[in-house]
Design a protein around this ligand. Structure first.
Ligand code: FPP
Length: 254
């Protein structure tokens, strides 16, 4: 019995076998806008509520012992939104780093960015650089923020890097394989070789990947919930993980 308890994490009403805990969970935080409309507040207030939800999910992921949590915060397509909304999201990012960086660091969280964040407003770039620098030696939960991220562009970027190696006679065409592609994606070497996500969660009732981790999701389990992101709670997160641990992953085998 003692061994059973040692292997099982009991938080609230959930019982999760630690051995089956996903190493990497990725989240598409969708529904902030609809939450704002439902609650009769502006869209930025919706994103602010989304940021508060995100903080709680980071904490629960850390408690559960998940090694990598990736959130889709801003896609390459999100630039099509109004300047006011785009500016508001990046102001929230600056606010988030200012208020949370100490706590993240004290909890040994390492922050990484997936995407070309050099294109975002300067104040946000500075906040990110500070978060990356402050947390770079931490070895607890790795919190990856996909920012100005798009999976197709990520794949093209990796292909260009590999083509350049061929062009400069550093490798042969025959050397190109799956591991090499993985190495040159944002999730590759430059961000600590993040394993592919075991589980991808999308909130708000939409059931698609929207250009998120398209290479990396080959064998990911997918979970969808109708909850709008600001309403998504750590308990719901944990219940999805509990459900995931009961799935049977075969990776193409029997
Ligand atoms: C999707 O909801 C959410 C986003 C595009 C932005 C996510 C941003 C945050 C959670 C807060 C900021 C945090 C950081 C780290 C920058 P939506 O606006 O597409 O919702 P809708 O589909 O209901 O309109």
């Amino acid at each position: 019995m003692a061994a059973f308890w040692a292997a099982t994490l009991l938080i609230g009403e959930f019982m999760i076998d630690k051995e089956l805990m996903p190493k990497h969970v990725a989240v598409i935080m969708d529904g902030n806008g609809r939450w704002a409309t439902l609650n009769k507040v502006n869209r930025i207030s919706g994103h602010n509520a989304g940021m508060l939800a995100m903080k709680e999910i980071i904490k629960r992921a850390d408690i559960l012992g998940i090694k990598y949590l990736t959130v889709y915060a801003f896609s390459t397509e999100n630039w099509k939104r109004s300047a006011e909304e785009v500016g508001g999201i990046f102001s929230l990012l600056v606010k988030y780093v200012a208020s949370e960086l100490n706590e993240l660091n004290e909890n040994n969280v390492r922050v990484k960015i997936l995407g070309d964040y050099s294109k975002i407003p300067k104040a946000a770039v500075n906040s990110i650089d500070k978060a990356l620098e402050t947390t770079k030696n931490n070895d607890g939960l790795q919190f990856n923020i996909a920012l100005n991220y798009g999976s197709r562009l990520e794949i093209i970027r990796a292909v260009k890097k590999i083509a350049d190696l061929v062009k400069n006679d550093k490798i042969e065409i025959e050397d190109i394989d799956e591991d090499m592609m993985s190495k040159y994606l944002y999730t590759g070497e430059e961000n600590g070789s993040i394993p592919d996500p075991d589980l991808i969660i999308r909130t708000s009732g939409e059931e698609r990947l929207s250009n998120f981790l398209l290479w990396q999701c080959a064998y990911s389990e997918l979970a969808f919930t109708d909850s709008l992101w600001p309403d998504f709670t750590p308990d719901e997160f944990e219940s999805i993980i509990e459900e995931y641990t009961k799935r049977h992953r075969r990776f193409g085998g029997r």
